[in-house]
Design a protein around this ligand. Structure first.
Ligand SMILES: Nc1ncnc2c1ncn2[C@@H]1O[C@H](COP(=O)(O)OP(=O)(O)OP(=O)(O)O)[C@@H](O)[C@H]1O
Ligand SMILES: [Mg+2]
Length: 279
């Protein structure tokens, strides 16, 4: 049984109050826009900065956060096992050996989103907030029960949106459903600067003319994201990857270590392509 803790400061050994962690849901409305990729990379980057982080896969029935993190072989138990008292929370948490401050709580693959009780899931997120600096929740697509569960315990949200009209419209709907009590920020994912310049893709401003959200970051459409995903090695761990650096910059912005405005990926010049750097 998980007890919900409602106070904002939790007493720990020696009675030194510990500030509760932040629970951030990564959501979008539209499917396939990069929620799981974002959750995995921001979690990895935050943990690499020294924060304690737990990633919660709320996509019950269609889990894949474990695969993107390369941890699928180590998952023994899932969130429903914890909620149903089959195992303890500690038995279900998987540690990422590459980034020891990162934990994963996997989703059940063979169960339905409707099997999850919203209040119990909210309580679980509350329990995790008492133990971790950051609780990142990977939300399923859509606005049904899985979405309702995923946002229930989150006091903040990151809306991931690709520069496509359908994604923007769905994101707008989700922003309305998130309500006014949460901090909500935007990540524009899969931007292709050359297409924007040619007028064939929405720009970041076009997207945000509709959504009107504080911009947390912009991620380029980059083949290394797909390659790293297939390897189970988040690109945020690759010091040479520009898109990895974009995720690391967002993590610094989340922790407050970086207050500069997000950088918008630019088109590479011929020389930039030749030397692999941004120009
Ligand atoms: N910046 C990017 N550049 C290139 N490919 C990307 C990028 N972000 C995500 N992808 C790819 O897009 C696909 C969908 O990503 P992901 O699974 O993270 O989306 P999702 O929103 O979680 O999807 P779902 O709604 O099904 O849960 C994956 O193949 C992923 O590798
Ligand atoms: Mg996903």
């Amino acid at each position: 049984m998980i007890n919900q803790v409602v106070q904002d400061e939790v007493p720990v050994a020696g009675d030194v109050p510990r500030v509760r962690g932040r629970a951030i849901v990564v959501t979008s409305g539209k499917g396939g826009v990069g929620k799981t990729t974002t959750t995995a990379n921001l979690g990895t980057a935050l943990a690499a900065l020294g924060a304690s982080v737990v990633l919660v896969d709320a996509d019950v029935g269609l889990r894949n956060l474990d695969i993107v993190l390369g941890l699928e072989a180590r998952v023994r138990h899932h969130v429903l096992d914890v909620l149903e008292g089959v195992v303890t929370l500690d038995e279900a948490l998987v540690t990422d050996k590459r980034v020891p401050k990162l934990r994963l709580l996997a989703a059940a693959q063979t169960r339905e989103k409707d099997d999850v009780d919203t209040a119990a899931f909210r309580d679980l997120i509350g329990t995790l907030r008492d133990r971790f600096d950051y609780v990142l929740i990977d939300c399923p697509a859509g606005i049904e029960k899985g979405f309702v569960n995923a946002i229930a315990g989150a006091d903040e949200a990151i809306v991931v949106c690709t520069p496509e009209v359908a994604a923007v419209r769905d994101a707008d709907r989700v922003v309305g459903l998130l309500g006014d009590d949460r901090k909500v920020e935007l990540i524009v994912n899969r931007l292709r600067p050359a297409l924007v310049r040619k007028g064939k893709m929405l720009s970041v401003d076009d997207v945000n003319d509709i959504l009107h959200l504080p911009l947390l970051g912009v991620i380029a459409d980059a083949p290394d994201v797909i390659v790293s995903t297939n390897r189970g090695q988040p690109v945020a761990l690759d010091p040479a990857s520009e898109v990895g650096e974009s995720y690391r910059a967002i993590a610094r912005r989340i922790t407050g270590q970086d207050s500069a405005a997000p950088e918008i990926p630019r088109e590479k010049t011929f020389l930039g392509k030749l030397f692999g750097g941004r120009s």
